[in-house]
Design a protein around this ligand. Sequence first.
Ligand code: ZN
Length: 183
Amino acid sequence: MTITVRVDDVLGFGRPGVDPTERFMDIHAAIQSANGLLWHEPTILVQDIQAFPAAVEFIRLESRLGRMSPQVHGWTHAPYHSLPPERLAEDLRWCLDWFDRELNWLPTKFYSPWGGDTPIMREVAAANGLGLVGACRNETLDRLLLRLRKGEPPRLLEGTWLWHWWSGSGPISEIADMLTKRS
Ligand SMILES: [Zn+2]
């Protein structure tokens, strides 16, 4: 059984008073504390994350150790659905170059910003070896927490749940705790 936590917008949209790298590492630690019952899938904003070399190094290491699978969110948080497909194609190529060079990792999914999802976007993503996932397909992690609190069996909660890196690790720790106690 695996419940995937899609940690979104890594590491864009910083909040005042928060060290983004530290917060991201906290989230990863909370996911790891579920002893494999939670899986970490961070979605990377490639331009934004370049301001945080320690986070890049951390993601490279944790990916190599098989503890997370980073995926493409975009070069920036652009509304690709309303931009020319050539722009998306160029940005995805830059993203894939960066993933290869900096993370030594081949992503398989394009979690499009703002949930953008059109046939041409899917085509461009597929031409770059990426499956497009629109944001609307994911329920947010607080729903998962509520359902676990109500006593729903974890096997019914398999799938991908959305969380934003800036929201911190609190609910993830609580989920990890409940999952490890019930398994
Ligand atoms: Zn996003």
